[in-house]
Design a protein around this ligand. Structure first.
Ligand code: GLY
Length: 414
């Protein structure tokens, strides 16, 4: 009798605490089935356009495409690779190859730092999934091109060629934005692929400067730090896409969480892990984070104590829009971060799972055939520029699919 009681109690405890992986596998599988419909529809349209890459939709709901030099060109090929990763559909693989190879000439492009996004999301996934050596060589060449933007004087990679402050006064020629953390993954790859530490050393130098100059004591971050290119001194800390210079642009925080998680994976440096955790804690524990864990586009948009500079268009947008792209990037980062921590990893996993379920709900996920055939709704490009407000964005979809693949791997881990 007593044994029976113990067995029953154990069964109840198991029922309460154990979520059968099969349900979550079904969640992932259903999302990829949906993604396949959307991406196939999008391919049907994008394949009729010459050399242009899906990015968003306009006010009429029409697909907006860009040329290959825009920072977002690698995300559509990358999304096709994640769809192939999940479905093993050979037709999707063929499209992924075709769309990736449209970017080949970018391997020598040096005009901005986003080459990491453009090439690693496309060719990086292509190499991961095919092992094609030609792709490896293109990635190495791209890493050389990105490295050309490094200055030993500032110890950093120059993100953009120039930055004008929203106050209409400041003009700077060596801006570094937190997003740049993401482009370092290409450099770590190139050092592993070649055995040449030069690329990795550039990444490490850049990271040290981010730690010193871009993080705040509460582990939020400045979006833009501008350096004096002749002395290496910090000239100013501002925002380009956030609400105000002292606020926290949600996607910038997400780039930081993801970037430091990746940097810890690539180096084993525990300081980077601590920063990744604290930046993630800032996001997850923030009292401004809504219950569904999809952040407002800026944690402090429209709050007292935060004032946009004079030329910013932010005051023209009084609504507190969410940014699904920031949430998707964060979810993907949290999936990986949760595997790096012996104890307490569960907090980050659960945070990531909650975000994925919110994004997969009808609130954020489009109806089939709608939303320009993007997967997610409700992202924000740049409210200070007055552009891409509450729209689908190709990078939100990319990181959502990446996060789903990472979640699949977590669920099925032996
Ligand atoms: N890297 C540009 C952005 O996040 O909008």
């Amino acid at each position: 009798m007593r044994t029976l009681l113990y067995v029953s109690v154990a069964a109840v405890v198991l029922c309460v605490s154990y979520v059968p992986p099969r349900d979550e596998n079904m969640f992932v599988t259903e999302n990829f089935s949906f993604a396949k419909v959307q991406l196939k529809n999008m391919l049907a349209e994008a394949n009729t356009q010459n050399e242009t890459f899906p990015r968003s939709i306009d006010k009429q709901g029409k697909l907006v495409l860009t040329d290959k030099y825009e920072w977002t060109s690698g995300f559509f090929p990358g999304s096709l690779w994640y769809l192939y990763d999940a479905t093993k559909d050979e037709a999707i693989k063929g499209e992924a190859v075709k769309w990736t190879e449209k970017l080949q000439s970018l391997q020598t492009y040096t005009q901005h730092h986003d080459l990491g996004f453009m090439m690693y999301c496309s060719y990086g996934n292509a190499y991961r999934l095919t092992g094609n050596e030609a792709y490896k060589n293109i990635l190495i060449k791209a890493a050389q091109s990105l490295s050309s933007r490094f200055s030993p004087k500032t110890g950093s990679i120059k993100s953009w060629n120039g930055f004008g402050s929203w106050d209409a006064k400041g003009r700077y020629n060596f801006p570094v934005i937190i997003d740049n953390m993401m482009n370092l993954e290409l450099l770590f790859f190139a050092s592993k692929a070649t055995g040449d530490p030069t690329y990795k050393n550039i990444a490490l130098s850049h990271i040290e400067k981010v730690i010193k100059n871009q993080l705040r004591p509460d582990y939020s971050c400045y979006h833009v730090v501008c350096y004096d290119s002749t002395t290496g001194a910090v000239l100013t800390r501002e925002t380009a896409q956030g609400y105000s210079n002292n606020s926290v642009w949600a996607r910038g925080q997400s780039w930081g969480i993801y970037g430091f998680t990746m940097a810890y994976r690539e180096t084993g440096d525990k300081r980077y892990l601590t920063i990744a955790r604290k930046m993630a804690d800032f996001y997850l524990d923030n009292k401004e984070l809504p219950q569904d864990k999809i952040a407002y586009w800026d944690f402090y948009a429209n709050n007292p104590g935060y004032t946009p500079s004079i030329k910013s268009h932010a005051p023209e947008t009084p609504a507190k829009f969410r940014d699904a792209s920031a949430a998707a990037i964060t979810a993907s980062a949290l999936m990986e971060l949760s595997t790096m921590i012996d104890k307490n990893g569960e907090k980050y996993k659960q945070g990531g799972v909650q975000i994925l379920h919110s994004l997969g709900s009808a609130v954020y996920r489009a109806k089939e055939g709608a939303n320009g055939n993007f997967i997610l709704k409700h992202s924000v490009g740049s409210i200070p520029h007055g552009s891409e407000i509450d729209v689908p964005l190709v990078y939100a979809d990319y990181y959502y699919l990446e996060a789903l693949c990472r979640y699949r791997d977590l669920i099925n881990k032996k």
